[in-house]
Write a protein of this length. Structure first.
Length: 387
């Protein structure tokens, strides 16, 4: 992965400052603090393509990353995310006339979105994901999940009216090859629409979402790099748009071979973005490191809200210690476990009254308002800071 751009094949990418010693799996929490501190770590050797704005980790080793039932990255406990996902499912069903039809989702996680597609009117929803837990939602009529990765060894001919692949493409070492695998599997449904969703790499680079840089994600797509990867894999009618407050990219296309349309999102000069990112990212990290040092010196009590990849990266990159009393998360499957690397405890929001934090750091600014409302309802008078 250290050579040409994996999306557009442009040579000689720009080398950015490496990030050392990050957890290999941010979304696997641990049963004890000791086990969490012993978690495997890796490096990010970042490369940036001045031609298409793609960012990737040249040091990524897929053999180090395993997805099973311990992998927990569901966002569906947030009211704001629930509203987004439910609206997306309804839109896809309506746009593609899927009432009574069949939907396949590759990397379906715990099956939350499959359930929403059924709720919106799809008759049958089929998923692939080794981290799926049947007991999470119980048996749902019309929903079938294969607990395995979608690979060249497990892929089979797919017959469906829509294929979704949300937040999986950023996890693979060769995104074009993975998209071709899906393309080939859809040979029996040549006119099936495809919906791909990934984190927006420009949120990371342009908007300095530096806490999104994690080992699990070797790829960070711009609208241009995603459209080019889709075109190289043989898809037609490619259209890319920002979603979820600009943090995601949603890509619609069809399996039928043909020329891809230009992306609908205008990309600022990629080279300029690459030049400025290193210094700006360093400054952002230094600002927060200084804050943590001040809290440590003054004995100020702070908690993080969000035990996902952003929170795990924040704690590890900044070397946070006891100045962060814990990490709050509303996902009950994370509570009572510990963050890889630093070993911070993941707490239920009910613990906030006991902790009485003076500062709550919100790891995703899109959730600031709902978190502030929750704190107010609990009578927690803390300063709320969004990273």
């Amino acid at each position: 992965m250290s050579g040409a751009c994996p999306c557009c094949e442009a040579p000689s990418p720009r080398a950015l400052a490496p990030v050392r010693g990050v957890p290999v799996l941010c979304n696997v929490l641990h049963p004890t603090a000791a086990a969490a501190r012993a978690a495997d770590v890796g490096d990010l050797e970042l490369r940036f393509c001045d031609a298409c704005g793609h960012l990737w980790n040249a040091a990524f080793d897929p053999a180090r990353v395993t997805y099973d039932a311990e992998y927990e990255n569901s966002l569906h406990y947030s009211p704001r995310f629930q509203a987004y996902a439910r609206a997306l499912a309804a839109e896809l069903v309506e746009r593609h006339g899927l009432r009574g039809g069949t939907v396949v989702e590759i990397a379906c996680g715990k099956g939350d979105f499959l359930g929403l597609l059924r709720e919106a009117g799809a008759a049958r929803a089929v998923g692939f994901d080794p981290s799926f837990e049947p007991e999470r939602h119980g048996e749902t009529a019309g929903v079938e999940v294969r607990r395995e990765l979608f690979t060249a060894d497990t892929a089979e001919a797919l017959s469906c009216d829509l294929l979704c692949c949300r937040h999986a493409l950023e996890h693979v070492a060769d995104p074009v090859a993975f998209l071709r695998l899906i393309h080939d599997a859809l040979a029996g449904s040549p006119d099936a629409p495809v919906y791909i969703e990934v984190p927006n790499g420009l949120w990371t680079v342009r908007d300095l979402g530096v806490w999104d840089l994690i080992y699990e994600h070797p790829q960070y797509f711009s609208a241009r790099s995603l459209a080019l990867a889709m075109a190289r894999a043989g898809y037609a009618g490619v259209a890319v748009a920002e979603a979820f407050g600009g943090q995601f990219l949603g890509c619609g296309a069809r399996r039928t071979a043909g020329p891809a349309a230009a992306p609908r999102v205008t990309l600022e000069d990629p080279a300029a973005l690459g030049v400025g990112f290193d210094a700006a990212a360093r400054d952002r990290r230094n600002v927060w490191a200084a804050r943590l040092e001040t809290w440590r010196r003054e004995g100020r009590r702070a908690v993080l809200w969000g035990a996902g990849s952003k929170g795990v990266t924040f704690l590890n990159v900044l070397g946070a210690g006891d100045e962060v009393a814990g990490v709050v998360d509303i996902n009950p499957h994370k509570q009572g476990r510990f963050v890889p690397g630093t070993g911070h405890a993941v707490l239920a929001p009910d613990r906030l009254a006991e902790l009485a934090p003076e500062t709550v750091v919100v790891m995703n600014p899109l959730y600031r308002d709902e978190i502030a409302a929750d704190l107010s309802a609990r009578g927690v008078a803390a300063e709320v800071l969004a990273v």
